[in-house]
Design a protein around this ligand. Sequence first.
Ligand SMILES: Cc1cn([C@H]2C[C@H](O)[C@@H](COP(=O)(O)OP(=O)(O)O[C@H]3O[C@H](C)C(=O)[C@H](O)[C@H]3O)O2)c(=O)[nH]c1=O
Length: 182
Amino acid sequence: MKVIKTDIKDLLIIEPNVFGDYRGWFSETYNEKVFKDNGIDIIFKQDNHSYSKLKGVLRGLHFQNEPYAQSKLVRCTKGKIWDVAVDLRKSSPTYLKWIGIELTPENHKMFFIPQGFAHGFITLEDNSEVQYKVDNLYNSDTDRAIQYNDLDINVIWPSNEVILSEKDKKAPTLKDSDVNFK
Ligand SMILES: Cc1cn([C@H]2C[C@H](O)[C@@H](COP(=O)(O)OP(=O)(O)O[C@H]3O[C@H](C)C(=O)[C@H](O)[C@H]3O)O2)c(=O)[nH]c1=O
């Protein structure tokens, strides 16, 4: 399992080892020791799985405020997504910087997004599925959304034709949101 640093501290790309043979392949998608050896000492508490029917479904930009902030280990197990993480840590030198990555079952790539980040993805194919581990339970009181096309963050999404939830259609701008990450 390779852990690759990005230009944003603590935001990592994980490339698991894939052992192929005539039956198919095997891969570890989480390994506590590898994470600890790379300075990620967390306990995941919940696994999530979402299915999006159509290309262009955009879920985000979402986060849970303190004290229920979540780290996420994200992978795409069907279809294709463009996965985005935004640094919302006000004291971070990369505050409001974002990184996007294409995740597919074929590239096996995973995105480790630490607490203090907003997360979102857009599907690039119909029938896409995303599975991700989080290190804090869902907490609806601290669950927050920021407009996916917020001008202060300015994420470049691969498409402007998006399918949003009612919640995301009404998401506030960053300026109007109550992010409480230090
Ligand atoms: C996130 C979550 C949701 N729910 C319930 C609440 C709603 O009744 C329903 C759909 O939730 P929502 O529309 O917030 O789902 P997404 O739009 O996929 O939200 C997720 O999308 C982005 C990409 C994320 O990283 C977050 O995990 C999460 O915000 O599932 C739960 O019961 N538990 C949960 O952990």
